[in-house]
Structures are given as structure tokens and as C-alpha cells.
Design a protein around this ligand. Structure first.
Ligand code: HXC
Length: 273
């Protein structure tokens, strides 16, 4: 079939000349989002606590011909994050995209979660997202353009036993996203969320489905019958970051193989997923 140039944009180099910062970019979904951005011509700066995984992300991207760099910083450090993002703008001259992907999580019954455990996850997920967003927004609003993407989970709205800290933090991020999306829409800065379902990554795997039986249980709740690959999540994430989504703001895109919609209890074998 002949391509219609009006309807099919050429997206191969859509991030050429653009700069993205990805927190938690040393592994899993963060690394995949960074790689996908670089594959479309953008330069990515990955931020995380540990230098080694960040260096590995940079190596993977640059070996493949992409452009990448890293900064070690804990997203819980507000001043450190502001310094990191300011140094990106100083060096690169701009920041076009911010992906708040860094997360911390562990399964614990609510009554056993210590205040310090609660604080650790809220600090990483909710506060870390705000610190990076606040720092990046100073530059994006001044430039009149930018795209911020927050990685959440559908339990932000339906809850999930054992993750009260993470669910509360992700729910807070949805409210933050919608609030800032409206505040900044007229000034060219979009803020969205992506909610991946179970994805083949070491971080979430170890934290949430560390055993074979836990993995089987999770899988039985996914209508698509499989986990996502990080690259699949990155594909949707990069759509939201791209100019193709220029009119999308304050939105949550769920990429979960039907997981959260498939929560009903089925009583008739003919319609069982
Ligand atoms: C109970 C725990 C615990 C556990 C830590 N704590 N792990 N409590 N069960 N398994 C408590 C500690 O006892 C301590 O409280 C407090 O939490 C802080 O622990 P530290 O180890 O000192 O914290 P820190 O070194 O800052 O580590 C933060 C962390 C850690 C969140 C606990 O796991 C981390 O850094 N994780 C990053 C990687 C990660 O988790 N990735 C998974 C993201 S996946 P006390 O009271 O003893 O001092 C994800 C996907 C969700 O989010 C969506 C899926 C669909």
C-alpha cells in the first residue's frame, strides 16, 4: 500500500536535537524508554543512585549509535535533582522531556509497614517525582515547551493489598499530573502518566513477583496471558513524549494487557478470559 505522507508521519528521527532526562534509567522500563528515545534521534541523560547500571545504559545506547549520558543522584534529594537538571540544561542548552520512572516498592501488609518504610517509598515515588518535575518545569515553561511523563501503576486508583505506600504515592502522582497539566497547558508543557502492567524487569520482578508461584498468580490475572516487554512499554511512553501526542495532557495511558479491566469474577466458562 502506498504511504500517505499526510497521515503517516515519519517518526524515525522525531527526537532529533531533543534532550530527555529519565530517572531510574539504569534498568528495566527506564532503560527501555531511554533507548527508544535515543533510537529516534534524541539524547538521553539517565539519572539514578548507582553509577554502574547507568553506565551500562549509556554503553548500550552509544554502542548502538545513540546519544546518552548519566548523572548519579538520588531522586529523594531535592537540591541534588535541581542541580542535576540545571546541569543538563547548562550542558545541552535545553530539556524537552522528563520521565519520572524511579520507584521503590516492597510487599508488606499495611499494619506491618513502619513509618520509615512508608516514608522511604513516598520520598522516592511521590516526592522524587515532584522534585524532578519542579526543576525541569522551570526550564520547560521558560522555553514554552516540554513533555513530562510519570510512570505509575493502575493500583493508583484500584489499590493493591501489600503496596499501600506505593499505591498512595502513585495516586498522588495522578493528582499531581492532572493539576500541573491544567496549570501548564497554555504554556506548552504537557504532563501525562503511563501505567504499565506486569513487565519483564528485574526491579519489579524481585519486588512483586519474586517466586514462580507469585509469577503464575500475576499472569493468571492478565487477559493478554503474558507479561509486557520493557520495549512495549517504551513504545507507548515515547508516543506520549512525542509531538504526535501534542494535544494529550493530564492523561493516564494504561498499558497492561487488559489486567485491571479483567478483575471481574467470571461465572460462565464460555466468557472466561
Ligand atoms: C518491610 C521494609 C522492606 C520490606 C524495606 N523496609 N524493605 N519493610 N518489608 N521488604 C523498610 C525498612 O525496614 C526501613 O524501615 C525502611 O523501609 C527503609 O529501608 P531502607 O532499606 O533503609 O531504605 P532504602 O535503602 O532507602 O531503600 C528504599 C527501598 C528499596 C524502597 C526500601 O527497596 C529500594 O531502594 N528500592 C528501589 C528499587 C525498587 O524497589 N524497584 C521496584 C520498583 S517496581 P525501618 O522502620 O526498619 O527503619 C514498582 C512497580 C510497581 O514500583 C507496579 C507493578 C505493577
Amino acid at each position: 500500500m502506498k504511504e500517505n505522507a499526510l497521515l503517516v508521519p515519519d517518526i524515525r528521527e522525531e527526537f532529533a536535537g531533543k534532550i530527555a532526562v529519565v530517572t531510574g534509567g539504569g534498568s528495566g522500563i527506564g532503560r527501555a524508554i531511554a533507548a527508544r528515545y535515543a533510537a529516534a534521534g534524541g539524547k538521553v541523560i539517565v539519572i539514578g543512585r548507582r553509577e554502574e547500571p547507568l553506565q551500562e545504559t549509556v554503553r548500550l545506547i552509544t554502542d548502538a549509535g545513540g546519544s546518552a549520558d548519566y548523572i548519579s543522584c538520588d531522586v529523594r534529594d531535592a537540591q541534588g535533582m535541581a542541580d542535576a537538571i540545571n546541569s543538563v540544561v547548562e550542558r545541552e542548552g535545553r530539556i524537552d522531556a522528563l520521565v519520572n520512572n524511579a520507584a521503590g516498592n516492597f510487599i508488606v501488609p499495611g499494619e506491618d509497614l513502619s513509618p520509615n518504610g512508608w516514608k522511604a517509598v513516598i520520598d522516592i515515588v511521590l516526592n522524587g517525582t515532584f522534585y524532578a518535575t519542579h526543576a525541569a518545569a522551570q526550564h520547560m515553561l521558560a522555553a514554552g515547551s516540554g513533555s513530562i511523563l510519570n510512570v505509575i501503576a493502575s493500583y493508583a486508583w484500584h489499590g493493591h493489598p501489600g503496596t499501600v505506600h506505593s499505591a498512595a504515592a502513585k495516586g498522588g502522582i495522578v493528582a499531581m499530573t492532572r493539576t500541573l497539566a491544567v496549570e501548564w497547558a497554555a504554556r506548552g508543557v504537557r504532563v501525562n502518566c503511563i501505567a504499565p502492567g506486569p513487565t519483564e524487569t528485574e526491579g519489579a520482578g524481585a519486588a512483586l513477583w519474586g517466586t514462580e508461584s507469585a509469577r503464575e498468580k500475576v499472569l493468571s490475572g492478565v487477559p493478554a496471558g503474558r507479561f509486557a516487554s520493557p520495549a512495549e512499554i517504551a513504545e507507548s511512553a515515547n508516543y506520549l513524549l512525542s509531538p504526535r501526542a501534542d494535544y494529550v495532557t493530564g492523561e493516564v495511558m494504561v498499558v497492561d494487557g487488559g489486567q485491571w479491566l479483567g478483575k471481574s469474577v467470571y461465572t460462565d466458562e464460555r466468557v472466561k478470559a
